[in-house]
Write a protein that binds this ligand. Structure first.
Ligand code: NDP
Length: 335
């Protein structure tokens, strides 16, 4: 039973030394428990937050504890009345081969044809896009919606839902390949490369009527370019700030908070953060119904970036924080 634990808290970007691969015996389930074999492990930006002991909405992972993570697993032994050997389940086993579970936080996946989608478009990232865009962004037909990390798990879904709702969608992505995919495969109206030296100017040209909804995934230079384009009454769901997750201190330079708040005030902008964990009880079932129909009809798709082997999870995760993934990053742990 291999497991990857947090060896040390990163200073800035995580390094290989912050992770350690260990071998343990495969655990044995007691009465009322199941033994799970991890098939797929989801890698997500929030894991950077768990590696740190800075204040957050969730407690940090302790040093020497297994890295947390959503998983699709097969039940390989069951002493639980609700689960049988062979069942596929969505759970949170983290970065390891096997886990014993009391079943409380497991969701049965039935005979899902494509089980890893439970970690992407039909799971946490898809739900994040759906909730943040529809309940906070509230896009109207003809409005302009901007989203960065547009080929990634959340951004790709945000843009496709906004298109379904009749909005004009401008994506931001890192590199020409990702931008081409966002335009040609996901059907966005425009996509701007964030590495382009003329990024801010090109974004302004693509948003001739300003921006009505900015779905905030990244912060940093993208936010700087977006701010002057926001329209009166714009909505800004604050979902993530990945450009800052490795920051160790605030950026130098003049304090621009008054500029931001002045803009929010004058333009009556609604800026609202959310943590998707808060919304499962009420929101997940209706999301799942509607998204399943969109996926079945081919209206929403999401490319998966599948990395083989649990031992490659640390490198893949470090790459996620630099934009090296192309689509939803998932580790294939076993068949
Ligand atoms: P992605 O699959 O989109 O992967 C992350 C992407 O972020 C990279 O591929 C890269 O895209 C982009 N990126 C990385 N570094 C930078 C940078 N310095 N500046 C700009 N972009 C960068 O990840 P997710 O879809 O899983 O997550 C997207 C955002 O949503 C994250 O901020 C995450 O924390 C947040 N989130 C928030 C949740 C909540 O409950 N609030 C729940 C789930 C996710 P590219 O190279 O194309 O620019």
């Amino acid at each position: 039973n291999r497991r990857i634990v947090l060896a040390s808290r990163p200073k800035g970007a995580p390094t290989p030394q912050d992770f350690r691969l260990e071998q343990r015996d495969v655990p044995t389930p007691a009465e009322g428990e199941v033994l799970l074999r991890t098939l797929y492990l989801s890698l997500d930006p929030y894991m950077r937050g768990r590696m740190s002991d800075a204040p957050s909405y969730a407690p940090p992972t302790a040093i020497d504890d297994v890295m947390v993570g959503g998983t699709v697993s097969r039940v390989v032994a069951s002493r639980h009345p609700k689960f049988a050997e062979g069942d596929l389940v969505l759970g949170g086993s983290g970065w390891q081969d096997y886990e014993v579970s009391n079943g409380r936080d497991l969701m049965a996946l039935g005979n899902a044809a494509h089980p890893s989608l439970a970690l992407s478009v039909l799971g946490m990232p898809g739900f994040t896009a759906y909730h943040g865009l529809l309940n906070i962004g509230e896009p109207k037909p003809g409005e302009t919606v901007v989203v960065a990390a547009a080929s990634g798990a959340v951004g790709a879904v945000v843009g496709q839902i906004a298109r379904i709702k009749g909005a004009r969608v401008v994506g931001v992505a890192g590199g020409a390949d990702k931008c081409r995919y966002v335009l040609d495969e996901l059907g966005f109206d425009a996509c701007i490369d964030r590495n382009d030296p003329q990024f801010a100017q090109k974004l302004a040209e693509a948003c001739k009527d300003g921006i009505d909804v900015y779905f905030e995934n990244v912060g940093g230079a993208v936010l700087d370019a977006v701010l002057p384009l926001l329209n009166e009454g714009a909505r800004v769901p604050v979902c993530g700030l990945i450009a800052h997750y490795n920051d160790q201190k605030l950026p130098a330079g003049p304090d621009r908070l008054p500029l931001l708040l002045g803009l929010v005030l004058r333009k009556r902008i609604r800026l609202q953060g959310f943590i998707i964990l808060d919304h499962y009880a009420d929101g997940f079932a209706p999301f799942y119904r509607e998204m399943s129909a969109w996926v079945a009809a081919g209206k929403v798709k999401l490319r998966e970036d599948i990395v083989d082997g649990l031992e490659n999870a640390p490198a893949a995760f470090m790459g996620l924080l630099e934009g090296k993934n192309f689509g939803k990053l998932v580790v294939h742990v076993a068949d």
